[in-house]
Write a protein that binds this ligand. Structure first.
Ligand SMILES: [Zn+2]
Length: 329
């Protein structure tokens, strides 16, 4: 379900006084999963009548991760796990005060990184929920959560975005792939150009610029959180967070790219239209796939998969994109 649906469900449960004690937000940890959690928390803590107004002090504190009644926990930077000590701190914070009438909340960012000990400790919290306490477990890897934990949470699958990618970035990439042609605006009769070195450079350059913007946005978001939370973090931690945020978006973009060429393969091989990832671009895809052989279409898919693999292996982005795009139509 998409973010808006998930949030209106939350609002209904909240207004009916039927919130679960724990939610798993399955989606992008830095994208829709985080946004869902922040907005859900604003519902609980907002001081205006509308709920989640977004402008009152409580709402702003929630967004800045500095609300005194919300504790955000992330995997430790060295071990990359959420430790049992972190869970203990969470339990203390919540249980000491959860009977005072106000909501208390704990957010586990990357809940799939709970170690076994920490999972078991946390399980106790879930089994004996205290007062008005509510937990949010954020994960992009639902299958990695312990079934015992999962069975005590309400799972919110934020699958509206197949790739957990904010729309602005997806559109940016699709513009490059469609040569700027919008979904509806099709120039019939335009020949699909074969990849050339110059074309490869041009598209690689545009993608490079898009990724620079992604990086800037990641920096701004992480800095804002660091400043708002008042947590003084060392530069390495901040850099690591920015990097992980950036990489998540880049991975999402690569998925969009792979889906684009898979769609073309599907069309070339006469597959069903409703199986396309990018259905709204059907006309552009058709035009691009015109005259293409199955073999070429398959090769294109392989090229995108290789590009993705090379990025994961830390080959320079510029080299990957230049070489990849010069071979892609
Ligand atoms: Zn508010």
């Amino acid at each position: 379900m998409n973010l808006d649906e998930a949030l209106s469900n939350m609002r209904r449960s909240f207004e009916a006084g039927r919130l679960a004690h724990a939610y798993v937000a399955a989606g992008s940890v830095h994208g829709d999963g985080r946004e869902f959690t922040e907005k859900a928390l604003q519902l609980l803590f907002c001081s205006s009548e509308s709920g989640a107004c977004g402008t009152c002090k409580s709402c702003r504190d929630v967004l800045g991760h500095k609300h005194p009644d919300v504790l955000w926990i992330e995997p430790q930077k060295k071990s990359r796990v959420i430790s049992i000590e972190q869970i203990r701190v969470l339990q203390q914070r919540i249980f000491q005060t959860a009977f005072e009438g106000e909501w208390k909340s704990g957010v586990l960012v990357g809940a799939d990184r709970l170690g076994v000990g920490a999972s078991n400790a946390f399980l106790k919290t879930l089994e004996e929920p205290a007062g008005r306490s509510i937990f949010f477990l954020l994960t992009d890897s639902l299958q990695s959560l312990l079934p015992t934990v999962l069975s005590r949470c309400q799972v919110v699958r934020l699958s509206g975005t197949q790739d957990g990618l904010p729309d602005v970035w997806r559109k940016g990439l699709l513009e490059i792939l469609t040569d700027g042609a919008g979904a509806a605006d099709l120039e019939d009769g335009t020949e699909s150009r074969a990849g050339s070195v110059a074309d490869g450079y041009a598209r690689s350059d545009r993608l490079g610029r898009l990724l620079k913007e992604v990086k800037k946005a990641a920096e701004a978001k992480e800095m804002e959180i660091a400043e708002a939370s008042g947590l003084i973090e060392d530069e390495d931690t901040l850099k690591a967070r920015i990097d992980s945020c950036y990489r998540e978006v880049r991975t999402g973009l690569m998925r969009v790219l792979m889906h684009w060429y898979r769609d073309m393969l599907l069309l070339v091989c006469g597959g069903q239209k409703d199986l396309l990832f990018h259905q709204v671009y059907l006309d552009v895809l058709r035009r691009k796939a015109r005259g293409m052989t199955c073999r070429t279409a398959l090769r294109n898919v392989e090229i995108t998969e290789n590009m993705n693999r090379q990025l994961e292996e830390n080959v320079s982005e510029e080299a990957v994109f230049c070489f990849g795009f010069s071979r892609l139509p």
